[in-house]
Design a protein. Structure first.
Length: 367
């Protein structure tokens, strides 16, 4: 992400926070007024004590730690009347089963990413990350002012889920390899853990991909079950210790230039909240997006320095390989659009927004 794009993203996010989050003190004080009106016969919303199942370990930087931060912030702003207790991946349900647990009401909420649900709703993959897609500012513009959020929530509602973005991740690394990759031919035959739409792109180039939860990646690399893996941005990958079993780390993260983590809520539970309670959760998520965007940009370079000190070689993909990946992506998106009407609809909406945004982007920024 260029400096100007980063500044733009901060502006978009700050506007969202100012437009919504400044209501939070009032929202909390409104609770007091509701309590006061009980004497006149009106109802007070009951305190909530919810369980929030995560797809990530709670001590994993950003992915897990921010889930705890959101839990704490909601508790604080609600004066202790709202509790979304964070449970690590596997504590309540397996990491890749959070969707079903929230949909059925087995748990009240989930902390996860929509890209995990490709087998259920292929179009949801667009709402975690898009290969060769927009950077943070443009993503936020589409989500909050270009109709993206409404499309996402429509898809989730069919499965009895209300979901909203709650964390923004910086660009990812695009893979840990046990050997150097010099040409597209070097990718053929590799077994690789890969996430989201990017997995289908790599399959076009001869890679055999599989989706593994975070905690399963290291042992798979160590045992040789897979030859390579991608997971997240450098600070998170450092935290997971991939450098111990693979020494070649590739950039840019063409498959996830910006990624979003969501707070999912069972739709019946969400509709059971009053407007103040809903506003607190939404405000906290928008604040969280700003926090994690800034944090993510600040922690990547020391992570890269630490990885290089541990013997990791950081590579940048050659133009030829990036071109091959982008051509494969265009094939994938056309094929998937033909298979699924919702996928085609979301892709068309995003593509139209990006074409219009380019009018501004090309004029407004240096890069």
């Amino acid at each position: 992400m260029g400096k100007s794009a980063a500044i733009a993203a901060i502006g978009v996010l700050a506007g969202l926070i100012l437009g919504v989050f400044v209501l939070s003190p009032g929202a909390v004080s409104n609770k007091s007024s509701e309590i006061a009106t009980v004497q006149d016969g009106s109802e007070v919303a009951k305190p909530i004590r919810w369980k929030m199942a995560s797809s990530y370990s709670g001590n994993l930087i950003v992915l897990g730690t921010q889930g705890h931060a959101v839990e704490d912030r909601i508790r604080t702003l609600s004066n202790g009347t709202m509790e979304l207790k964070y449970f690590d991946a596997g504590a309540l349900v397996p990491a890749l089963e959070v969707f079903d647990a929230v949909s059925t009401g087995a748990v009240n909420a989930g902390w996860t990413g929509s890209g995990y649900w490709a087998g259920k709703i292929p179009a949801l993959q667009f709402f975690t990350a898009v290969p060769f897609g927009p950077s943070a500012g443009e993503v936020m513009a589409w989500r909050y002012y270009g109709g993206g959020l409404e499309l996402m929530q429509e898809l989730y509602a069919r499965h009895n889920i209300f979901s909203q973005p709650c964390t923004l991740l910086s660009p990812e690394g695009s893979g840990w390899f046990t050997k150097e990759i010099k040409t597209v031919e070097d990718l053929k035959g590799l077994k690789m853990r890969f996430f989201g739409l990017g997995a289908k792109v790599l399959e076009k180039l001869g890679v055999s991909t599989q989706l593994l939860a975070a905690g399963d990646i290291f042992p798979a690399l160590e045992l040789g079950t897979i030859d390579a893996a991608e997971f997240s941005m450098p600070a998170i990958d450092l935290d997971l210790g991939f450098y111990q079993v693979a020494k070649h780390y590739y950039f840019p993260g063409w498959h996830q230039p910006t990624s979003m983590i969501e707070l999912m809520v069972n739709l019946d539970d969400w509709n059971g909240l009053n407007a103040t309670q809903q506003q607190i959760i939404t405000s906290v998520c928008k604040e969280s997006i700003l926090q994690t965007f800034a944090q993510g940009e600040a922690i990547q370079f020391p992570a890269l320095q630490a990885l290089e000190s541990k013997g990791v070689t950081v590579h940048r993909w050659s133009p030829d390989i990036l071109d091959a990946l982008e051509r494969a992506w265009m094939e994938v998106v056309e094929e998937e659009s033909e298979k699924d009407a919702d996928f085609a609809r979301v892709w068309a909406a995003l593509r139209e927004f990006r074409a219009n945004y380019k009018i501004w982007g090309d004029l407004g920024y240096l890069d």
